[in-house]
Design a protein around this ligand. Sequence first.
Ligand code: 13P
Length: 151
Amino acid sequence: MIKTRRLNIRKRIALVAHDNKKKDLIEWAEFNKVVLAKHELIATGTTGKLMEDQLDRPVKKLLSGPLGGDQQIGAMIAGGEIDVLIFFWDPMEAQPHDSDVKALLRIAMAWNCIMACDRSTADFVLTSPLMQTEYTLNIPDYSTYLKRKID
Ligand SMILES: O=C(CO)COP(=O)(O)O
């Protein structure tokens, strides 16, 4: 049986950016302010504060990334509480919480979460007609894998 998840028209978008990428995310969010206004925003602590100031609207702020915010977003993805992840991670600088960053990227892949890690992909995601409709997301079927683990 194929498992699916129904995404509403109003998507729950998680926003996360590393320090060297925060300026990029702010500019991107300002450019896309009108579209973003139609959706619910969730973010790691510092990113969320910057987004609130820039967009002049409430953003659900979690802990700062290095203090557990990345893990909170990952848990929300696994729990079906995030529809889209916009994660501007820094490819040029190692982070003290690299293991959390990797875990977030991994769990997003594991759940087939819509994800963009740079401005061009984020633009393509946000302008997709699927953002303006309900959407049925297929959840990968790991039952064979799980069965193999139990056998
Ligand atoms: O570190 C982050 C993502 O890995 C982002 O966290 P902040 O938004 O709290 O800076």
